[in-house]
Design a protein around this ligand. Structure first.
Ligand code: FAD
Ligand code: FES
Length: 310
C-alpha cells in the first residue's frame, strides 16, 4: 500500500485553489477489463476535515485527481450527487476512469487504502431544474455514460417529478457496455433503456441480440407516431455526452425531430490544467470549458462544434 505524504497537513485545508486535498481509495470496481479498454470505478473518501464537510457536487461536475509523480487529470463525478437519497456518506464519491495514458494508468495501479489528491468540484452541471416536468432524452456514447449516471440517480430520486425519461446508450461493442448490471434496474424503475452497439463482440464471449447501429437511429425513431404517440419535442430536454462527433450528429438528429436548440445540452472535454479558469488550457472558442463548461447549452456551442480542430 502506498501512502501519499505531503509537507504539511495544514496545507491540505488551505484555500489555495491549486492545492489538492488528501483522500483515500475505499473501493475499486473493475467495470471493463478487456484488451480494447480498461475502465474502473473508484470510491474515494476525503480526509475528514473542513474540505470534506463542505464538499458538495452536482451531476456533470468534475474533480482534478492528483497522483504525485504522475500528474493530474480531470475526471467527472459518476456517482449519486449531493442531496439525493442514494448519496454516499459525507466526503465520499465515485469516479469512473478509463486507463488511456500516463496518469490514468498510474491511478489504475492504486489499491484500496492508497491515497490520492482531489481538487474540485469544478465546472457547470447538467440543468436538473430545467428537466422538471419535462420528457428527458439522455443520449450517451461509451464513457459518456459516466458523467450522465449522476443525472439518472437524481431522476430516480424523485422520478414522479419528470415526464417520460429515456436513456439511449451506444457502445462500440457489447463487451464495452458500462454499468450493465444497473441498466436493467433503472429500466425497472421506469426509465426507458435502449442500448445499441456499433459491432458485435468479435471474440463471441459477449453475445449480442440487441440492435446494431448508431445511437442517432433511436433519436430519429421518435418521429414515428406509432411507437411514440405522446412525443412532444417542445416539452423534451436532451442531454448528450460522448465523443464529439457523436454529440454533433445526435444534436443534429434531435433538431431534425423538432427539439429546440436551447433544450439540447452537451458535455465538452479539453485538456484541463487549473480547472478554475486561470490558465486558458481548456479554451474552446469563447469558452473556458472548466468553468463555462463542461456542460454547455447546444445553441451556444453549435457554431463551434462544426469548426474542425478547434
Ligand atoms: C471535464 C472532463 C471530464 C472528464 N471525465 C473523465 C471521466 O469521467 N473518466 C475518464 O476516464 N476520463 C475523463 N476525462 C478525460 C481525462 O481527463 C483524459 O483522458 C486525461 O487526459 C487522461 O490523462 P492521461 O495522462 O492518463 O492520458 P494522456 O497521456 O493525457 O492521454 C492519453 C490519450 O488520451 C487522449 N486524450 C487526452 N485527453 C483527452 C480528452 N480530454 N478527450 C479525449 N482524448 C483525450 C490523448 O490525446 C492521448 O491519445 C475527462 C476530461 C475532462 C476535460
Ligand atoms: S483549465 Fe485552466 S482555464 Fe480551464
Amino acid at each position: 500500500m502506498r501512502a501519499w505524504t505531503t509537507p504539511s497537513k495544514d496545507m491540505l485545508v488551505s484555500q489555495d485553489p491549486w492545492q489538492p486535498h488528501r483522500a483515500t481509495i475505499r473501493r475499486i470496481v473493475r467495470e471493463i477489463d478487456s484488451v480494447a479498454s480498461s475502465v474502473f470505478t473508484l470510491e474515494i473518501e476525503l480526509e475528514p476535515g473542513p474540505f470534506a464537510k463542505r464538499y458538495r457536487f452536482m451531476p456533470g461536475q468534475f474533480n482534478m485527481l492528483y497522483l504525485p509523480g504522475s500528474g493530474e487529470v480531470a475526471i467527472s463525478h459518476s456517482g449519486p450527487p449531493t442531496g439525493v437519497a442514494s448519496a454516499l456518506p459525507e466526503g465520499r464519491f465515485l469516479h469512473t476512469i478509463r486507463a488511456v495514458g500516463r496518469v490514468t494508468r498510474a491511478i489504475q495501479r492504486l489499491e484500496v487504502g492508497d491515497s490520492i489528491g482531489v481538487r474540485g468540484p469544478y465546472g457547470t452541471a447538467w440543468p436538473m431544474e430545467n428537466l422538471l416536468d419535462q420528457d428527458v432524452l439522455i443520449v450517451s456514447g461509451g464513457l459518456g455514460m459516466a458523467p450522465l449516471r449522476p443525472v439518472i440517480y437524481s431522476i430516480l430520486d424523485q422520478v414522479h417529478r419528470y415526464g417520460r425519461v429515456d436513456l439511449l446508450y451506444g457502445s462500440r461493442s457489447p463487451d464495452l457496455i458500462l454499468y450493465e448490471s444497473e441498466l436493467a434496474s433503472w429500466g425497472a424503475c421506469g426509465i426507458g433503456i435502449e442500448t445499441t452497439v456499433d459491432r458485435t463482440d468479435p471474440s463471441g464471449v459477449h453475445p449480442w441480440f440487441g440492435p446494431i447501429g448508431p445511437v442517432t437511429q433511436w433519436i430519429q425513431r421518435r418521429k414515428s407516431r406509432t411507437s411514440y404517440p405522446d412525443f412532444d419535442p417542445h416539452r423534451t430536454q436532451v442531454l448528450i455526452c460522448g465523443p464529439e462527433v457523436m454529440m454533433h450528429f445526435c444534436a443534429r438528429s434531435a433538431l431534425e425531430i423538432g427539439i429546440m436548440p436551447s433544450s439540447i445540452w452537451i458535455s465538452m472535454e479539453r485538456n484541463m490544467q487549473c480547472g478554475f479558469g486561470a490558465c486558458g488550457h481548456c479554451q474552446w472558442g469563447p469558452f473556458f470549458l472548466c468553468k463555462d463548461g463542461p456542460v454547455l447549452r447546444y445553441d451556444l456551442a453549435q457554431g463551434y462544434l462544426s469548426i474542425k480542430d478547434l
